[in-house]
Design a protein. Sequence first.
Length: 93
Amino acid sequence: YDYTDQPPHFFYIHFLVLLSALYLPLFAIDNAYAAGWGPEANIGLDILNGIIVLLQCIFVVGLRSLGQKMIDPYGDDCEDLSVILYVEATLEI
């Protein structure tokens, strides 16, 4: 049986695409407005909001790459599950 024929987790992958396409830009725009402009601009708040937006982007991109790895859990990568090892361990019992 070829386990790679299983479909990916539909909700997880599509939710992350929606999150990265809609939420991250809207969050960045909201933080830009919250930091202010003109005479009410606050450089410290602007830097803090920039760091928060950067960390959220890194987090969401990491979740997307994790979702892509979850598509093929039985592949040949180092972090994939070794089905043969589990079968041999079961047969030894």
